[in-house]
Design a protein around this ligand. Structure first.
Ligand code: 5GP
Ligand code: MG
Length: 186
């Protein structure tokens, strides 16, 4: 597995440092609120787990899976959400929507819109990585850790074909791994 790595773009120490900075910012923003952290599966599992342990606030944690429908491989901006709690209470809560990476922004925008349709008052977005240059919809993350260049990255929860989520850093893969010369197989 490690021989598939091309370059480490963000190492563990840098991640730890940036998480502490982000956590301090979140504590300021959400102090005194009824905070519900909603993590988008599967990619944000590592980020969300590390992040909540740095937040000395009363909070609860919810996961959701988003599946987009429409034809083709590009998301059409409509998603159905699946939650994993029977007693989900969204109304009146401050929601922090956590995702691994903001790329075109279609997924997170659709999830956020869907939550607002469900009667949530306010949703703030928090992403680990931001490929700002690739944005196709009008959405900026309210909170983010790192901006990254437009290369396909893995690790720290992000996968390629289901693998590499367990790498403790963010890395690019050698082009041979995804069988081409393209830098972005997605
Ligand atoms: P968007 O709707 O913003 O275009 O897509 C966001 C999703 O695409 C992310 O949650 C992630 O699943 C996937 N994605 C986008 N860029 C990358 C990348 O560089 N690496 C990986 N592993 N997934 C990516
Ligand atoms: Mg994702």
């Amino acid at each position: 597995m490690l021989e598939d790595i091309d370059r480490i773009l963000i190492d563990e120490e840098t991640i730890r440092r940036e998480l502490r900075r982000l956590a301090a910012e979140l504590v300021k923003s959400f102090k005194g609120r009824d905070l519900l952290v909603v993590a988008v599966l599967k990619g944000s599992c590592v980020f969300a787990s590390d992040l909540i342990r740095l937040l000395p606030l009363p909070l609860s944690l919810e996961f959701l899976a988003a599946s987009s429908y429409g034809d083709g491989t590009e998301s059409r901006g409509t998603v159905s959400l699946r939650f994993f709690s029977d007693d989900l209470r969204l109304a009146g809560r401050s929601i922090l929507l956590v995702d691994d990476i903001l790329d075109t922004g279609r997924t997170l925008k659709a999830v956020k819109d869907r939550l607002l349709e469900m009667g949530v008052d306010a949703v703030k977005t928090c992403v680990f990585l931001d490929k700002a240059a690739r944005r196709a919809v009008d959405l900026q993350a309210d909170f983010r850790c790192f901006e990254v260049e437009d290369v396909f990255v893995v690790g720290y929860g992000l996968d390629y074909a289901g693998r590499y989520r367990n790498l403790p850093y963010i890395a690019s893969l050698r082009p041979e791994v995804y069988g081409g010369t393209s830098e972005n197989p997605a």
